[in-house]
Unconditional design. Structure first.
Length: 264
């Protein structure tokens, strides 16, 4: 009979990395020091952990962890819970190179399979899951490969308009989680995230065939910075860039022209 106390062996993809998104609530029992020690241990092992201060009611803290060994992702999840952080949502996926991206340069392939995160100068963060539609009138998986490939090429052409403004990491989750892909976006400004997702929804690959899950939005920082911001510690942040200081509040609703498409 097998030794039931034997350690579970490594669980790794043939290529690429495992990705775990955790979305947590800060409770009264939360221990920031314990969480810091856990994330530091993972990083010392060669993995990556991206902390995010989330906006809205869904959760307070986001952690995007990337590792070749899925055991280490599960270990981190256990340590997060032991540190008193209540996990409100999660997503499991793997880095991948799309079947429609065969023949891409080696550097691009490496960046998709083994990304280095977070990107410098892009603190705005957004994550959402998505799947391709299987409706009666629109079924992505009933299309021939060449038609799907042409649609995805056009979809990518729209996304390339945001090159330099938005960094996108698409990870595969078919058979691993409730949706088929996870999409993680990093940008300098939040309106870049909004513009990118909005414009890509008009592309036929999305307009006819995409289904979207819930969105998680926030800002990237070091773990101490993120935890302090989530807890509302210190005074209100007032260090607005000089070029923008005083701009907020200059315009009023009456400044908008009649018939303005705002909000349409």
């Amino acid at each position: 009979m097998a030794d039931e106390t034997a350690a579970i062996g490594p669980l790794t993809p043939a290529e690429g990395l495992g990705v775990l998104h955790l979305f947590c609530r800060l409770g009264a029992a939360a221990d920031p020091d314990a969480l810091q020690q856990a994330t530091a241990a993972l990083e010392e092992a060669g993995d990556q952990v991206v902390p995010v201060a989330l906006l809205g009611h869904k959760a307070d803290l986001g952690l995007m962890a990337i590792s070749r060994d899925l055991r280490r992702l599960r270990w981190l999840q256990g340590r997060v819970e032991r540190a008193g952080f209540d996990v409100q949502g999660s997503y499991v996926s793997l880095t991948e190179v799309s079947e429609y991206a065969a023949g891409i340069p080696a550097a691009m392939r490496q960046a998709r399979l083994y990304p280095q995160l977070p990107p410098a100068g892009k603190p705005a963060f957004c994550f959402y899951p998505m799947s391709k539609r299987r409706g009666e009138s629109r079924n992505w998986y009933a299309l021939e490969y060449e038609e799907r490939r042409a649609l995805m090429y056009g979809h990518g052409r729209v996304g390339r308009r945001f090159h330099g403004r938005v960094l996108q990491l698409i990870t595969g989750s078919t058979g691993l989680d409730d949706w088929e892909w996870g999409v993680t976006l990093f940008a300098e400004r939040p309106d870049d995230l909004k513009a990118c997702v909005y414009e890509m929804r008009f592309d036929p690959a999305s307009a006819h065939y995409a289904e979207f899950g819930p969105f998680w939005t926030g800002m990237v920082g070091s773990l101490p910075e993120v935890l302090a911001l989530c807890a509302g510690e210190g005074s209100v942040p007032l260090d607005l860039p000089a070029a923008e200081a005083g701009a907020a509040g200059d315009a009023t609703l009456t400044d908008l022209p009649v018939g303005s498409p705002q909000g349409s």
